[in-house]
Design a protein around this ligand. Structure first.
Ligand SMILES: [Zn+2]
Length: 327
């Protein structure tokens, strides 16, 4: 099975568990902390290299930027997580390769390695400085989620009410120029609307569901989804139980309802996966990540293998290939 997952918080969860003392993390509760011995290869979280063996796996690993960090603190936190990410790559050269292009994804998979795409969840990683876009590009960052839930230097997340700042508009242009994709998951509706007016390149939603299926501000409205279809972007289905349904442990039909809605809105070439593993609670049948083949089987049975393959891999790979060609 081929898998291209647009979002997880595994690096941040491991970083804070291993590199910070109990009580120091603003991201993890004590219950969410992993044992200090855990690594990307072997851990008690949702995604581990050893447990995912056997899946042709391309994973977008986000460096999650908590809203408590701004300016120099945000930059220091990003750099600390980036060092941790590099340490995990260095410890697993035969199992994992950082990739920047679709060609590199395919090479890594053909060598039997997992492909790691670095992303950033929160434009606060720029520390309010446009020159930091160059640093992110140098680190191999391919996608930046513009905000988390709060307001940052760029724009306002879904828990706040403002739109883009002048800096935010400049930052999007700079990211586009540097070949880094803007991600609107977590952005509020006003920001989404504004971005449709000034973005020069397609943008994506890495981990968001359908608001017309489950009314949550983290989910996309039908019009927002249709807009992403029209610009050739992609949308990763999020497994977070709170975005899927009111049910604390939603079964496959609840997730299928979101997929079906997106397909009805013309999203056959737009739908992808954005698991949000290690960033939220997911249904028990998807916990942990090595259970994903069960989802593939369900999607094949309910929607056919062609849709399953597009959802699981092809749409995301095709998007990045188009992006590289300068769509
Ligand atoms: Zn998120």
């Amino acid at each position: 099975m081929f898998l291209f997952d647009l979002h997880c918080d595994t690096i941040g969860r491991l970083h804070d568990s291993v590199c910070l003392k109990p009580g120091e993390s603003v991201f993890l509760t004590d219950r969410e902390r992993l044992p200090k011995e855990d690594t990307l290869l072997h851990n008690h979280g949702y995604l581990a290299l050893d447990r995912m063996e056997g899946i042709d796996w391309c994973q977008c690993f986000a460096i999650f930027m908590p809203d408590q960090y701004r300016g120099p603190d945000a930059i220091a936190y990003f750099e600390s997580c980036y060092r941790y990410f590099q340490s995990q790559l260095a410890q697993n050269p035969s199992r994992l390769a950082q990739v920047r292009t679709v060609g590199q994804v395919k090479s890594a998979l053909s060598e039997g390695k997992a492909a790691a795409i670095l992303t950033v969840e929160g434009g606060s990683a720029l520390g309010g400085n446009l020159a930091r876009v160059g640093r992110l590009a140098e680190c191999g960052v391919r996608v930046v989620t513009l905000t988390w839930n709060g307001e940052n230097e760029l724009a306002s997340g879904n828990a706040t009410a403002h739109g883009f700042s002048g800096f935010g508009r400049e930052a999007v242009a700079e990211l586009e120029q540097a070949g880094i994709v803007a991600d609107v998951s977590h952005l509020n509706d006003r920001g989404f609307e504004e971005l449709t007016g000034f973005a020069r390149r397609p943008f994506i939603a890495t981990h968001s569901d359908a608001r017309s299926v489950h009314n949550h501000p983290r989910n996309l409205t039908d019009d927002q989804f249709r807009h992403i279809v029209s610009i050739g972007g992609i949308v990763g289905l999020n497994f977070c139980v709170h975005f899927l349904a009111d049910d604390p442990d939603p079964a496959f039909p609840r997730l299928a309802a979101h997929l079906e809605r997106f397909l009805r809105l013309g999203g056959e070439d737009t739908v992808a996966l954005g698991s949000d593993y290690d960033g939220c609670e997911v249904p028990s049948w998807l916990d942990p990540g090595e259970k994903l083949p069960a989802l593939y089987q369900e999607v094949c049975a309910g929607f056919g293998q062609k849709i399953a393959d597009k959802l699981f891999f092809t749409n995301a790979a095709d998007f990045f290939a188009r992006w590289e060609r300068g769509m």
